[in-house]
Design a protein around this ligand. Sequence first.
Ligand code: FES
Ligand code: FES
Length: 181
Amino acid sequence: MSEELHEIRLRVNGAPHTTTVPARRLLSDCLRHDLGLTGTHVGCEHGVCGACTVQIDGRPMRSCLMFAVSAQGHDITTVEGLARPDGDLHPVQRAFRECHGLQCGFCTPGFLTVAAAFLEDNPDPTEEEAREAIGGNLCRCTGYVNIVKAVLRAAELRRAASAAVPEQAGAARARAEGGHR
Ligand code: FES
Ligand code: FES
């Protein structure tokens, strides 16, 4: 007897996708095989390593522990969705590169999605908080020291960027007001 299939509509990295899957299709497999978003990596496939982590409505979630059908109606962000559409890297991506937070890179998509969600909640973490935030993700290469440094550096980059935005807005306003005089 052939397996029953379900048509699902997923919103991934801001774009709508429609695909047809069996009810038991894992979200990780759906992202990689049905949608071609292979940035999400699969390591253990049972919730231990964190390599498959994506954001569901902004919260980190192991996509190997979720069925694709359950993700319908939620906003999914994969590692492919962290950089801006113009290619500008997300602060966590820049910081991982700057601080050598990766070697083989297999674990990196999970660390990036976890760290990006964490910094939304806690933009100025202590080292201890950064360490705790990434504590559920496994890396076989780096020994975590540079990953923790990268999370703290990403926090600095984010704060610098948000301080620059009001300044730029203020400068633009001053220019506009000056133009009317
Ligand atoms: S592949 Fe999902 S937690 Fe390891
Ligand atoms: S960089 Fe290789 S597993 Fe983390």
